[in-house]
Design a protein around this ligand. Structure first.
Ligand code: UFG
Length: 330
């Protein structure tokens, strides 16, 4: 398949490009480099530097190339920022996505793979979380992703768009060859911050809350390797041939891991201590979020290769050790 990877220089997009190549597909990257990294690109892969909000640029690109599928990873993803700057989130995550979809329809490209999030569920009423739970996001980030999910349903019905929506739990880890990995600016995620604290390149980790109703009092999340996420996306291609197909999958390993367990895994893998202090809860953090991914396993034949937190953290550790300043000069 010839695949347009929108946001292909970002964290998950860049890993997906590698997995597409490994599976024999032909990825083409579209990125505006607001958050993407040039160093995350694969040199042999064609790049279009443009915004998905730029309808004229999209028109040129879709005229020049005949894509079979579009994969969309180009969302803004900071929950806290989405609360203080919702305009930015609706503009990029919803309005620009609409522009992308419009270009696809205009040029007859009718297969779409969308990265959504477990944040579309808000505070779930049961655990583990399957696809049938009601979706009630508690922040604009989750709402923008749900808005796109709903747009896609309408487009499938009206225009015969076929799509697969993947709702990620906590994307983590790095490529096994350590050449690409997680590099957000600002970085807010647990695993990079804890590794940096261990390496002494960041201040001690703040553990947000130790009074949650969980076994050790810290939040539980479902960390899933970024390459496993990518492989699930690619496995869905075969299912998109019938016009109007609508697929939804929750993607995680299904194992809840607490903040203290993540710290323990990092200490075990690195042989270093993670300096950490308990701090108040962070606003909006549910106590536990973990996936029931049996639908993806059943329908896509997907099983995560990285099943344990140790195996995921090991790849992240190698990435951060070899790239202490991320993609910036070492
Ligand atoms: N945490 C800390 N200290 C930190 C950072 C995080 O204790 O410095 C804790 C958080 O409170 C949370 C866990 O570590 O319990 C994981 O936090 P992350 O920020 O790494 O990830 P989130 O679970 O908050 O966010 C993820 C995705 C979002 C998505 C969200 C849905 O990164 O894109 O899940 O809830 F929206």
């Amino acid at each position: 398949m010839k695949v347009l990877v929108v946001g292909g220089a970002g964290y998950i997009g860049s890993h997906c490009v590698r997995q597409l190549l490994a599976a024999g597909h032909e990825p083409v990257v579209l990125d505006n480099f607001i958050y993407g990294h040039r160093a995350a690109l694969t040199p042999s892969v064609k790049l279009y530097e443009a915004s998905m909000a730029d309808a004229a640029a999209l028109d040129r690109i879709f005229t020049a190339e005949r894509f079979d599928v579009v994969m969309h990873f180009a969302a803004y993803c900071y929950v806290g920022e989405s609360v203080t700057a919702p305009l930015k989130y609706y503009q990029n995550n919803v309005a620009a996505t609409l522009t992308l979809l419009e270009a696809m329809l205009k040029h007859g490209v009718k297969k779409f793979v969308f990265s959504s999030t477990c944040a579309t569920f808000g505070i779930p009423e049961k655990m583990p979380m399957d696809e049938n739970l009601p979706q009630a996001p508690i922040n604009p980030y989750g709402q923008t992703k749900l808005d796109v999910e709903n747009m896609l349903k309408a487009f499938a019905h009206a225009y015969g768009l076929s799509f697969a929506v993947f709702r990620y739990f906590n994307a983590a880890g790095a490529s096994e060859d350590t050449t690409i990995g997680e590099a957000h600016d600002p970085e807010t995620h647990l695993i990079p911050l804890a590794i940096w604290a261990a390496m002494g390149t960041a201040k001690p980790l703040q553990i947000f809350g130790n009074d949650f109703p969980t076994p050790d009092g810290t939040c539980q999340r479902d960390y899933v390797h970024v390459d496993d996420l990518s492989r699930a996306h690619i496995a869905a291609f075969d299912k998109l041939s019938t016009p109007g197909t609508q697929l939804f999958y929750n993607l995680g390993t299904g194992s809840p891991t607490s903040v203290l367990e993540v710290i323990k895994a990092i200490e075990k893998i690195s042989g270093l201590k993670v300096p950490a202090n308990f701090a108040p809860r962070r606003a909006g953090d549910p106590p536990a979020l973990y996936a029931d991914s049996s639908k993806a396993q059943r329908e896509l034949g997907w099983t995560p290769k990285f099943k344990t937190i140790d195996s995921i953290v090991a790849t992240a550790w190698r990435w951060h050790q070899s790239h202490p300043k991320g993609y910036a000069a070492k």
